[in-house]
Design a protein around this ligand. Structure first.
Ligand code: SAH
Length: 392
């Protein structure tokens, strides 16, 4: 693990760091707007109409997020453009890498002091960004570090998109070891429940998938939205006619256990949530990914593998098993490898495609379910996030 250089929290006032304020949505940003709205915004600033495309090309095409680095802008325009369209939304507090430079986690401070994280993962043929859609999470899954924090607030469209644009810039700089220098995938598997921040997440998906310079130009099929199973929102997603990949965090094939592991199951049961997932698959023609964190002696019994196999047999679905990443203070642990292998064997025997997810980012607490920036603040860990609490 390497701790990369810490970027000063407040470069202009090095001693003054930000006090935690009440959660509030950030100011408007270019990435909140589509191209037409950007044109209207630059016109309102008294700037020529071509400025909208020029700014968009810098931001989405070259990943330049700071107007002061847009050297073809007249100096007189930069300040007003910064204030009105390019306010700083995300300040990196800490970056860490591991897996020989192939995984990189960024801890961000938002304008109101809330903390969120993003993770960039490089593979031989692709680079994937795992981004947050909320600060904290209200879904309270007991094995998930973010779930223990509660919800602070929804992220804005631009706060979501800006994580991706930043990470696209990191990927383009070539620092992700052994990977192509291009961000190609985004997964909404960081902090938060994306479908609980529905309109903003959908708008962010549109921004990420619209060709440059209006957006980042990623393929819809390369975006994955992961959900605990908010059925009405899943049904709404079906109606959007997008072709993003849907991941459903199932974690148990029976209501008794799922009621505990994914508390929202008390509202929408396994049968109902799977129905919605299968309908999504039918509508899009895209396989849904059934996420299942294997927890020792909790959900890893052979009979549960068989039940899951029966539920998914013949459906357009595959199972992605995630070895549990134990969170601090948790009583739960990952299943032993032989148990995991038997679970996989039974699913395959039922004709269900199954993969086991690699455990990227474990060393830097950047693996699935370990993102818990807020806890850092409470513990004052490393004196880094503690800075975010120091009064001016
Ligand atoms: N709220 C969304 C996105 C969250 S994180 C959702 O629940 O789908 C993405 C995945 O990581 C989810 O499947 C989540 O259940 C899983 N996860 C959470 N905590 C984990 C942990 N400690 N170990 C392994 N996977 C975990």
């Amino acid at each position: 693990m390497t701790i990369l250089p810490v970027i000063p929290i407040s470069p202009d006032k090095p001693d003054a760091v930000i006090t935690r304020r009440r959660p509030s949505m950030p100011p408007r940003h270019l990435a909140d707007l589509d191209l037409d709205a950007r044109k209207a915004a630059v016109a309102a600033l008294g700037e020529p109409a071509f400025r909208a495309k020029q700014l968009s090309t810098h931001y989405f095409g070259r990943f330049v997020r700071d107007a002061s680095a847009m050297t073809d802008l007249p100096a007189a325009s930069r300040d007003r453009i910064t204030a009105d369209l390019l306010p700083t939304l995300l300040t990196p507090i800490r970056e860490q890498d591991c897996d020989d430079g192939a995984t990189r986690k960024t801890l961000w401070k938002l304008h109101d002091g809330a903390l969120v994280e993003s993770v960039l993962m490089g593979y031989s043929n692709r680079v994937t960004a795992c981004v947050s859609s909320q600060a904290g999470c209200g879904m309270a899954c007991p094995f998930c570090a973010t779930g223990q924090q509660g919800l602070t607030r929804n992220l804005s469209v631009a706060e979501i998109v800006d994580q991706c644009v930043y990470l696209a810039g990191v990927a383009a700089s070539g620092v992700v070891t052994g990977s192509p220098p291009r961000l190609s995938r985004v997964v909404f598997m960081g902090m938060g429940e994306p479908l609980a921040n529905y309109p903003r997440v959908i708008e962010a998906v549109r921004r990420l998938t619209t060709p440059a310079p209006e957006g980042l130009g990623l393929s819809q099929r390369h975006i994955t939205v992961s959900t605990v199973g908010l059925v009405p929102a899943m049904r709404r997603l079906i109606a959007e006619q997008l072709s993003v990949t849907l991941a459903l965090s199932l974690h148990a094939p029976d209501d008794d256990l799922r009621d505990e592991l994914v508390p929202v199951n008390q509202r929408w049961k396994v049968a109902e949530v799977l129905d919605a997932a299968f309908d999504y698959a039918a509508q899009t023609g895209r396989r849904v990914s059934i996420e299942y964190a294997l927890i020792r002696d909790v959900n890893d019994q052979p009979w549960r593998a068989d039940l899951l196999g029966r539920l998914l047999h013949g459906k357009l679905a595959h199972v992605n098993l995630i070895p549990l990443n134990p969170t601090p203070g948790s009583k739960w642990d990952a299943s032993p490898k032989p148990v995991e292998r038997e679970f996989v064997r039974r699913l395959l025997a039922a004709g269900v495609e199954t993969t086991v997810r690699d455990t990227r980012g474990r060393e830097i607490d950047g693996a699935c379910g370990q993102l818990a920036a807020g806890e850092l603040t409470q513990a004052g860990a490393d004196g880094v996030a503690a800075d975010a609490e120091v009064a001016q």
